[in-house]
Design a protein around this ligand. Structure first.
Ligand code: T4K
Length: 373
């Protein structure tokens, strides 16, 4: 097998036509308005609300600040039960809010919070469950809701990867109290940097929008200890150009998923991660698990060998958050309590996955992987 001439990265952002973006910039120059709930911001908020059928939506400058604000808006405190199998932001926002993360193991198929393991972690201090729809694979939302309502807990979802995912025909953000979407360039839909909160309770809108603007009510009143979470007009303009391209990008990615799945799903030692029957794909990542014994090479071997072919896969999400030095002293971070996550972190590999990746390249990547055996 021959190495690629140029590096093949795990993802590439949608780049809209530069002339469309220039037109957006012309309008911004004309308006002399760059941030603080300007016309582009308002237009994107409305368009996104329609696009994902969101009852309420607030835009942010990134997903992390959005999630931090979600926690503030619900006045969460004490302990929050969460997954160790995610990007650092998921747990860090709890810490930045003075909340103790409590790590719960994940489900062996979906790699999302295992609802059967949540209940034993609930204490008098627990205020919420924070799940992650990792790779766009939805959490077991109904079971989580049942546990939460039995114990009077709030449910927040880190839906950074789950833009457009549906469960039982409903948009993913219709589940739980608040969902956070990331609009980072590595996401299916992006605004350069950015994010949003979607929530069912319209009473939260005012509080969330004050919180993301320093708590300023008017020139004379600051009513909450808010933060600067505002999306700029430059970001919103990018979003307005990217949004019409999302369906086409998803379609291209679905074709790439088909090729990977055709070549890899029957290979002993490789498992292709997929959504369950009641859910739809966000087409955010294409991820496999590699069982070293059955495949003959470990995930790390495959990751390193792919690099020699100029293919840069990613070990999302290794290491587990519970193994970071800043969290490993928490009782629930003990790997003995997290056997499923502790195995998954050594087996998962996200392969290059973006619409502009030619299908011949995808086939070639598969053949390179198969040649390792
Ligand atoms: N929760 C979850 C579950 C998340 O995954 C994330 C973010 C968050 C919360 C926080 O949301 P934000 O605050 O970011 O909105 C990347 C992203 O930076 C990060 O947003 C994302 N998750 C994470 C999964 O991936 P890295 O450290 O892997 O990024 P980097 O720079 O290595 O980029 C990955 C690949 O993307 C590179 O191979 C090249 C390509 N790329 C990247 C950028 C930025 C481009 O081609 N163009 C670009 O402009 O974290």
């Amino acid at each position: 097998m021959i190495a690629f001439d140029t590096p093949i990265l795990v993802t590439r952002p949608i780049f809209p036509d530069i002339n469309g973006y220039k037109k957006q910039l012309d309008a911004i120059w004309e308006s002399q308005w760059l941030s603080n709930n300007g016309p582009k911001h308002k237009a994107l908020e409305a368009q996104l609300q329609r696009f994902i059928n969101a009852p309420n939506l607030s835009l942010f400058n990134n997903g992390t600040v959005a999630l931090q604000t979600a926690i503030q808006s619900l006045r969460l405190q004490g302990e929050v039960i969460t997954t160790p199998f995610s990007f650092p932001a998921t747990t860090h926002v709890l810490t930045w809010n003075g909340i103790q993360p409590v790590f719960c193991d994940i489900h062996p198929q979906t790699l999302t919070l295992d609802p059967a393991k949540i209940e034993s972690l609930i204490t008098a201090k627990t205020s919420a469950i924070l799940g992650v729809h990792v790779y766009g694979i939805p959490c077991h939302v109904q079971e989580i809701e049942e546990v939460a309502s039995r114990h009077g807990l709030r449910v927040v979802y880190d839906a950074a990867h789950a833009f457009t995912t549906k469960v039982n025909g409903l948009e993913i953000a219709q589940y739980g109290d608040i969902s956070m979407f990331s609009f980072h360039p590595t996401k299916l839909f992006h605004t350069g940097e950015g994010g949003a909160l979607v929530y069912n309770d319209s009473n939260l809108k005012e509080r969330i929008d004050y919180l993301k603007n320093f708590g300023i009510k008017n020139e004379n009143e600051v009513i909450l200890p808010g933060i600067n979470g505002k999306m700029s007009e430059l970001q919103a303009a990018m979003g307005l150009e990217v949004l019409p391209l999302v369906e086409q990008e998803k379609y291209k990615r679905s074709k790439i998923r088909e090729v990977y799945t055709r070549f890899l799903s029957q290979v002993p030692g490789i498992t292709v991660l997929a959504v369950e029957d009641n859910a739809s794909q966000s087409e955010q990542y294409f991820c496999i698990r590699i069982d070293a014994k059955a495949f003959g090479l470990s995930r790390n071997d495959v990751y390193e060998k792919l690099k020699t072919f100029n293919v840069f896969s990613r070990k999302y999400f290794y290491p587990l958050i519970s193994n970071y030095p800043c969290y490993s002293n928490i009782a629930s971070a003990n790997p003995a309590y997290l056997p499923v996550a502790s195995q998954a972190e050594h087996e998962v590999l996200c392969l290059p996955f973006y619409g502009a990746l030619p299908l011949e390249y995808v086939e070639r990547i598969c053949k390179i992987i198969l040649s390792f055996r």
